[in-house]
Design a protein around this ligand. Structure first.
Ligand code: AP5
Length: 215
């Protein structure tokens, strides 16, 4: 059973690749961003704490996100887990080690998606999704085939993430540089980091990740 981390700044393609791996390999995508957005939508105590922090593009507390991962980790018993957007700080990296060790599991790969920041701002501010089925679209890269109608479910409702405006994206990038990038040497020292060109087309990124997982 593989345990892998997908690491990279906002818009690097972590969610795109994690969702694909879940579909194609039956692995479980553990995205703290998705878990937090679900908590915000449901109005849970965690969601109420996280909402304003996420809208500013800052990081939610280590204790909250580590607890969310702990609650979901046992779902990935045989199929393996993809950590998408977690860990993002040194404390979260330590928490993950403990959570895995408690289950007799270890990390196999930390896959860093290497990307160009300015191109990412364009990627993120242009993205939107179907409000009903979640199918992803983009203003420049992938519009629905029929304007205003979801290709997958036919819905006419679309939504954008409240943190996908340029100002918040810049804060999210800065948070990544200051708090998340510094955890890479910790994994590098253990020989776990594999680097993938995240600016390549989605299929090429997928092929590189598959080659790592099959190696
Ligand atoms: P989170 O949801 O994790 O967002 P993020 O890291 O900012 O990443 P994104 O979801 O924006 O991007 P992605 O890398 O998944 O790219 P995607 O595949 O969507 O976190 C949101 C917030 O929650 C944080 O700011 C924080 O407040 C909080 N949070 C979450 N986890 C936390 C934690 N552990 N600790 C503390 N706080 C936490 O792709 C982006 C776009 O590009 C899409 O349109 C896609 O179609 C397109 N695309 C993808 N790949 C390619 C490609 N190769 N070529 C061209 N286009 C591509």
């Amino acid at each position: 059973m593989l345990n892998i981390i997908l690491l990279g700044p906002p818009g690097a393609g972590k969610g795109t690749q994690a969702a694909r791996l879940e579909k194609e390999r039956g692995m479980i995508q553990l995205s703290t961003g998705d878990m937090l957005r679900a908590a915000v939508a449901a109005g849970t105590p965690v969601g109420l704490k996280a909402k304003a922090i996420m809208e500013r593009g800052e990081l939610v507390s280590d204790a909250i996100v580590s607890a969310l991962i702990g609650e979901r980790l046992d779902e990935a018993t045989t199929s393996g887990a993809i950590f998408d957007g977690f860990p993002r700080t040194g404390h979260q990296a330590e928490a993950l080690e403990i959570l895995l060790a408690q289950r007799g599991r270890t990390l196999d790969h930390v896959i860093e998606l290497v990307v160009d920041e300015d191109a990412l701002v364009r990627r993120i501010t242009g993205r939107f999704s179907c409000a009903k089925c979640g199918a992803p679209y983009h203003d420049e890269l992938k519009l629905p085939k029929v304007a205003g109608t979801c290709d997958i479910c036919g819905s006419h409702d679309f939504k954008r993430r409240p943190d996908d405006n340029e100002e918040t994206v810049r804060t999210r990038m800065a948070e990544y540089r200051e708090k998340t990038q510094p955890i890479l040497p910790y994994y590098d020292a253990r020989g776990l980091v594999r680097r993938v060109d995240g600016m390549a087309p989605v299929e090429a990124v997928a092929a590189e990740i598959d080659a790592i997982l099959d190696s």
